[in-house]
Design a protein around this ligand. Structure first.
Ligand code: CP
Ligand code: NVA
Length: 302
């Protein structure tokens, strides 16, 4: 695997390889076994949006693998003053061994890969969040022992998380059902991809989507960059697109709840449901570290 730009680019075998390596690295991490396979390597981390989990897990992950990470904010880089992405890509390729980037447009990530000569890892764009969904798949597999045949449900805005969950879930043999309000559907390229799968459904009713689910995902109603739409979105989503105990009643017994975080209690998830599933949600957050170490190892290793 050269880059991780979006899950659409990966085969089922490649996703499985990442998940298997992530499980191994997690086991070794828990047992004090270290591998400095990225000794002497540097990862540049460009953040054009805020982050807690992505930043800390990538930085720690690089350190645990024997390398180092550089935090590069656009305020410090010349990108912030308009330097072309193709020049930035070519310059950084001369100094460092890989770039993790969190930004708005997917095109920026694809352009870095096109013009640079080092691995590029997508740490979230408006289009997708592949690192998060690798950790999500890892967590579901850890709890349920498998992915194939399980029903994944997503309730809420058809955003970057939804796009990656649909692709990741379907590629791993899951049944995927999504409920969004009209006008807030997932990206059309993802819906085009999902057309080939009979086990995909997109509806407006959360109860229809959650029926017999083995895992229910949700995410914020307004993503980073949509702050100005927050009030308008609240009116559309409020009281309907929420993961709560009533919704879980129609899911399978033992249904997991996952949230990429940060969460807004009382909006897309109730405080009660969040706390009941806190172990699953914080295992999901922890697994960002292990899944990303697997991605780093596969992309950056000589
Ligand atoms: N879930 C996630 O990507 O969290 P951060 O925005 O804190 O990185
Ligand atoms: N959809 C959210 C995910 C945050 C991790 C956002 O883009 O803000």
């Amino acid at each position: 695997m050269k880059h991780l730009l979006k899950l659409l680019d990966l085969s089922t075998a490649e996703i499985k390889e990442i998940l298997d390596l992530a499980d191994k690295l997690k086991y070794e991490n828990k047992n004090g076994i270290e591998h400095h396979i990225l000794k002497g390597k540097t990862l540049g981390m460009v953040f054009e949006k805020s982050s807690t989990r992505t930043r800390v897990s990538f930085e720690t992950g690089m350190y645990q693998l024997g390398g180092q990470a550089l935090f590069l904010s656009p305020r410090d880089l010349q990108i912030g003053r308009g330097e072309a992405i193709e020049d930035t890509a070519r310059v950084l390729s001369r100094y460092i061994d890989g770039i993790m980037i969190r930004t708005f447009e997917q095109k920026e990530v694809e352009d870095l890969a096109k013009f640079g000569s080092i691995p590029i890892i997508n740490g979230l764009t408006d289009f997708c969040h592949p690192c998060q969904v690798l950790a999500d798949l890892m967590t579901v597999r850890e709890y349920k022992g498998k992915l194939e045949g399980l029903k994944m449900c997503y309730i809420g805005d058809g955003n970057n998380m939804t796009n990656s969950l649909i692709v990741g879930g379907l590629k791993m043999g899951m049944i995927v059902s999504v409920a969004t309000p009209k006008g807030y559907e997932p990206d059309s390229t993802v819906l085009e991809f999902a057309k080939a799968y009979d086990c995909f459904s997109l509806v407006n009713d959360p109860f229809e989507a959650a029926k017999d689910a083995d895992v229910i995902f949700t995410d914020v109603w307004a993503s980073m960059g949509q702050e100005e739409e927050a009030n308008e979105r609240r009116k559309v989503f409020e009281g309907v697109y929420q993961v709560n105990e009533e919704l879980l009643n129609v899911a399978n017994e033992g249904c997991m709840v996952q949230h990429c975080l940060p969460a807004h209690r009382g909006e897309e998830i109730t405080a009660e449901t969040f706390e009941k599933h806190a172990d699953e949600i914080f295992d999901e957050a922890e697994n960002r570290l292990h899944a990303q170490k697997a991605v780093l190892a596969l992309c950056l290793k000589d």
